[in-house]
Design a protein around this ligand. Structure first.
Ligand code: SF4
Length: 326
């Protein structure tokens, strides 16, 4: 680990000033400290923001949810309103990591976490995300866990967050605070595909803070859930995953929100699947036909072609779990 300065701030103004001077925000530190140990990350100054007043989960006036950036994963997963309104969020969080990590890591840190591509974490390997212009060892290397959607010739790494898949499906917004004031960004625009700049991963400006993630109100009742498929049952990153939320009225699907994880360079919304569901009545045939559209546009690599079929089966299974069959 390289030497660094450490400062703790007690208010947002102090945080923004430190951030403007180039300080890196840290709260739970469960990703950043690991990466610093491996010398992948070498911040000169860490700014501890864990004392900022961003620890609340609240129901918004319109009936959505606002989750403060510093709410711990475990707190968010266990929160009665999160469990009641959006079980897909609770399930995604509980399947993410060990209890110890969930007790430390925050919602803001979770969506900021960096890829688990092994070449990214190996400082002797070529990696455009870690060192722009150096190449991508994964594209010709062992790429079984990598992305099949949203890739570029510069980077094929997946985004590792589970709860980000639920946020993408639920059309969340990320609230930010910077020296120019507050703004909010649609979750779909917050995490960036690699394109020609895989080192740029979020639509954050210098020194900006995430203050909360807001889930808009959806029609009720909304049935939702998260399914994660991985090499081992306990605390592993997703090979594929599916976040599904369905609103049925009179036995007909009126709203369908579906996103996939483990397959995209960002959490991957599946609009073709959603379109196929809306206006239909649940049936096994419907789930199968809709899931057939899940891998539209996929570009598999040498070792991860299996993800195409696995993704379809993951989506089909989760549609059946959430939507049931008559
Ligand atoms: Fe780096 Fe992305 Fe290539 Fe992995 S896939 S080695 S993160 S450029």
């Amino acid at each position: 680990m390289y030497p660094f300065d450490f400062t703790k701030v007690c208010d947002t103004q102090g945080a923004l000033e430190a951030g403007r001077r180039g300080g890196r925000y840290i709260a739970g530190g469960t990703t950043l400290v690991d990466l610093m140990r491996e010398t992948v990350e070498r911040p000169q100054t860490l700014v501890d923001i864990s004392a900022l007043p961003l620890h609340e989960v609240t129901v918004t006036e319109r009936g959505g949810l606002r989750i403060g950036a510093l709410v711990r994963m475990a707190e968010a997963a266990a929160h009665p309103q999160v469990r009641a309104l959006y079980p897909v969020i609770s399930q995604a969080l509980e399947l993410s990591a060990s209890a110890q990590l969930r007790n430390m890591a925050t919602i803001g840190g979770n969506i900021m976490q960096r890829t688990r591509c092994t070449y990214f974490r190996d400082v002797t390997a070529a990696c455009n995300k870690r060192e722009p212009g150096s190449g991508c060892a994964a594209s010709q290397g062992f790429n079984r866990a990598h992305a099949i959607l949203g890739t570029s010739d510069q980077c094929v790494a997946t985004h590792p967050s589970d709860v980000a898949v639920a946020f993408a499906a639920l059309e969340a917004r990320v609230h930010l605070l910077g020296s120019d004031g507050a703004r909010s960004v649609a979750f779909a625009d917050f995490l960036l595909r690699p394109g020609s700049t895989p080192n740029r991963e979020q639509a954050l400006r210098q020194g900006e803070l995430i203050t909360s993630v807001e889930i808009p109100a959806h029609p009720r009742p909304l049935k939702s859930g998260y399914l994660k498929v991985r090499d081992r049952q306990s605390y592993e990153f997703a090979l594929t995953s599916a976040a599904v939320a369905l609103h049925l009225r009179g036995g007909v699907i009126h709203e369908a929100k579906v996103a996939a994880g483990g397959v995209g360079t960002v959490p991957w919304r599946l609009p073709a699947v959603e379109r196929h569901l809306i206006g239909e009545r649940p049936s096994q045939a419907l789930w199968t036909q809709a899931a057939e559209r899940a891998a539209h546009g996929a570009r598999p690599l040498e070792h991860n072609r299996f993800k195409i079929e696995l993704l379809k089966r993951t989506v089909e299974r989760q549609l059946r779990i959430v939507g049931g069959t008559p």
